[in-house]
Design a protein around this ligand. Structure first.
Ligand SMILES: [Zn+2]
Length: 304
């Protein structure tokens, strides 16, 4: 094995290891704890996907739950900001860095967990081979395309626009505060996790982002599941279009490579895409995994 091969193999093993241990995105954003964004809506960054929250005297709503340990830290911080218990928890999708703390938040009051109807099934499958299988807490209020609740001071909705990052993505909109939680539909300048087993689809993902950029206000604050340090886990609509453009370029590049007769291994010799130098990996081999996902999705389409 030459040095180059050695580096590749090591990178792949590291990538697999970090995925399976669920630590893939743990270190991306610096922990900042609680941060208010606007009108009672804010974020909590700990370990895993960014938690969103809404606090008022009439309701406490939480978006996503990270892992059990960071969910405990979140609850501890939360009690310093409100005397209310959590009323509702909304999951943006099934991945364990977004749902692993569901049980902790349920104990902290969340009587209802809301998610797209595909989430419990995908969550079960996602965890079926791990020791996490028995300790899952599943959403109990499921919606197909839209859920909405009006409060005196705020209205909040959760919408599913078809498969993208997973088969059960939801975008959460705090309408008055004008803050939108995108879940993992945006990895802000990070190579995303493209989970074909979790029913991810790159063309679907592109069209969901395209639609979201049209539907939601341009002056909204957007929250992302993950973000590169320096770019962060919140931003503006342009970030959605940047993510869309990256996925489009990825798809087109693999399509062109296939047409040129390149093998998957040859495609994976690429180190990035032209015009996307801001992007980097949450883990070694993340970009090559993106290439492989595009390749496999295309192959599956050809077979079907
Ligand atoms: Zn995810």
């Amino acid at each position: 094995m030459n040095r180059r091969e050695f580096i590749w193999k090591t990178a792949l093993i590291t990538a697999a290891g970090s995925l399976f241990s669920g630590r893939a995105w743990a270190q991306q954003a610096k922990p900042t704890g609680f941060q208010l964004l606007r009108d009672g809506v804010g974020i909590f960054t700990g370990r895993g996907g960014t938690i969103g929250w809404y606090l008022s005297d009439e309701m406490v709503i939480v978006i996503d739950s990270q892992y059990p340990s960071s969910a405990q830290k979140f609850v501890k911080e939360l009690t310093g900001h409100t005397s209310r218990k959590i009323d509702r928890l909304i999951n943006t999708h099934h991945h364990k860095d977004h749902t692993g703390g569901n049980g902790v938040l349920k104990e902290a009051g969340a009587r209802t967990i809301i998610a797209n109807e595909n989430v419990p099934r995908l969550q079960k499958a996602h965890n079926s081979t791990s020791e996490n299988a028995e300790i899952q807490t599943y959403a109990d209020r499921l919606f197909k395309s839209n859920w909405r609740m009006s409060l005196h001071k705020e209205s909040v909705s959760a919408s599913h626009y078809g498969a993208g990052h997973t088969g059960g993505d939801a975008i959460i909109h705090f309408e008055k505060a004008n803050v939108i939680h995108m879940g993992d539909l945006v990895f802000n300048r990070l190579y995303p996790f493209i989970d074909l087993k979790g029913e991810a689809t790159i063309p679907g993902w592109i069209s969901v982002l395209e639609g979201a950029a049209k539907i939601y206000p341009s002056d909204a604050i957007y929250i992302y599941g993950h973000g590169k340090e320096g770019f962060g886990v919140t931003g503006k609509r342009d970030d959605l279009l940047m993510m869309r453009d990256y996925l489009s370029a990825l798809w087109e590049t693999v399509e062109a490579d296939k047409a040129a007769g390149k093998s998957l291994d040859e495609m994976k010799e690429r180190q990035g895409l032209d015009g996307f130098s801001d992007f980097s990996g949450g883990w070694a081999g993340a970009f090559q995994a993106n290439i492989e996902a595009a390749f496999r999705e295309m192959e599956a389409e050809t077979v079907a």
